[in-house]
Design a protein around this ligand. Structure first.
Ligand code: HEM
Length: 390
């Protein structure tokens, strides 16, 4: 199921990037005044992100028949002008060679930059930012409608150890680094639109340099936290029949019941797998951005998807296209994660009485544990019983 969702997301993203859905078709242009070459209207239409029929350029690549006789003054120039040659390069119809070596240097022209820029400054900020604000609002409403989930009958006063120090260390490494990455990532993505008008260019420049430095370096802590928590908790997050019962009861959130659960309930397993899968994907696309042109991934991913789903995604991508796709994918996945984590932070703090202690000092109230993780309490007590009697 996750694969299908992933496939659908890549499909929507790629469709938007390769054929922006909002692109209007440009009106017909009369090019007689330029002898068929592009006009100011063409340039303005392209800048307005309209869909321009490019055949008047892509097919205008010079013709040997146009060449002046070799005995004429300009005869040695042949039938292809400089402009024709550049158009040939632009539309991949000429095979230029270069002596320069290095990543991406053999690409002279790549024209995806504008669509990438528009997508990043437009829908990514609008939908991503909108999703975060909308979700926070939803949680505020939820809080006022449902209220805090309390411990029925109040706390017992007896404590039981829920997370060991190493588990809490792994969690806070992951959580602390994620929050820092989310904030610095948002500054990088949205600062130009929202901060420059408020704090000015110079202050933003300093902030942006700092944000980039923090973002690039803290990413390693996040990846380490991800690996640590995965290793420690994966066994407790394997789905089983009990999860289905828990989900059918809606986690007891609205009925105020307490469906049975082991160490992690189905809701937490969803958080765990969301964090692991999206965290892995955001790390991979982040690495690809951190080492420009060294880790292209989309051509291979598209090839793999084409072979499985029978789709027809482009598998010959210019190095710059790889970077553009990584960048947009990185932001989209990060926004999905932020939305999921906001819900997680809500339930771990103001949303549920007694939950924070689990990650605070590791000790939770026994009554809280019985109500939310009854089977886990049984397991722990059975083990302790064994420990005492042996
Ligand atoms: C910054 C504020 C955060 C708070 C207050 C918080 C709180 C908590 C608490 C109390 C638990 C234990 C729940 C239990 O006893 O069953 C927990 C578990 C967990 N946290 Fe966080 N957390 C925060 C941020 C994050 C972030 C940013 C991530 C990941 C990027 C994360 C990932 C997890 C995971 C995977 C678990 C285990 C599954 C679960 O309980 O949902 N947490 N967190």
């Amino acid at each position: 199921m996750n694969f299908k969702i992933f496939g659908a997301a890549v499909f929507v993203l790629a469709t938007l990037l390769f054929n922006p859905g909002w692109a209007e078709e440009a009106p017909e242009v009369d090019r007689t005044s330029t002898g068929g070459a592009q006009t100011l209207e063409d340039i303005m239409a392209r800048q307005a992100q309209m869909e321009v029929d490019e055949t008047f350029r892509s097919e205008n690549l010079g013709d040997p028949a146009n060449a002046a006789p070799i005995s004429d003054e300009l005869g040695t120039l042949g039938g292809r002008s400089d402009a024709d040659a550049w158009r040939g390069i632009r539309y991949n119809e000429l095979d230029p060679s270069t002596q320069v070596r290095g990543p991406a240097v053999d690409v002279l022209i790549q024209d995806g930059g504008m669509s990438w820029y528009q997508l990043r400054e437009g829908p990514v900020i609008a939908y991503g930012g909108g999703a975060i604000l909308g979700f926070v609002l939803l949680l505020v409403v939820f809080y006022f409608v449902r209220g805090k989930i309390r411990i029925d009958g109040g706390p017992s006063g007896t404590k039981i150890e829920r997370f060991k120090a190493i588990e809490r260390f792994g969690h806070w490494l992951l959580a602390g680094s994620f929050v820092a990455l989310a904030l610095t990532g948002l500054i990088t993505l949205m600062g130009r639109s929202f901060l420059i008008p408020v704090i000015g260019l110079e202050a933003f420049s300093t902030l942006a340099v700092g944000a980039k430095w923090i973002h690039n370096n803290i990413s390693w802590a996040f990846m380490l936290g991800l690996v640590l928590t995965f290793c420690m908790w994966v066994v407790h997050n394997i789905p089983n029949k009990l999860d289905w019962q828990w989900l059918k009861a809606g986690g007891g959130i609205f009925t105020k019941s307490h469906p049975s659960a082991k160490k992690f309930n189905a809701g937490q397993k969803i958080v765990f797998w969301t964090v692991m899968i999206l965290g892995f994907s955001v790390s991979l696309s982040g690495l690809s951005l951190l080492f420009p042109f060294q880790m292209p991934m989309f051509a291979d991913t598209f090839g793999f998807m084409n072979s499985i789903l029978g789709t027809n995604f482009p598998t010959a991508l210019a190095p710059h296209e790889e970077m553009q796709l990584s960048n947009i994918w990185h932001s989209v996945v990060a926004f999905l994660m932020m939305v999921a984590i906001i819900a997680h932070i809500y339930i771990g703090t103001v949303g549920m009485e007694g939950a924070y202690d689990a990650m605070g000092n590791g000790q939770v109230d026994l009554e809280w544990a019985r109500q939310h993780h009854d089977l886990w309490v049984d397991e722990v007590q059975a083990k302790q019983g064994k420990g005492e009697s042996s």
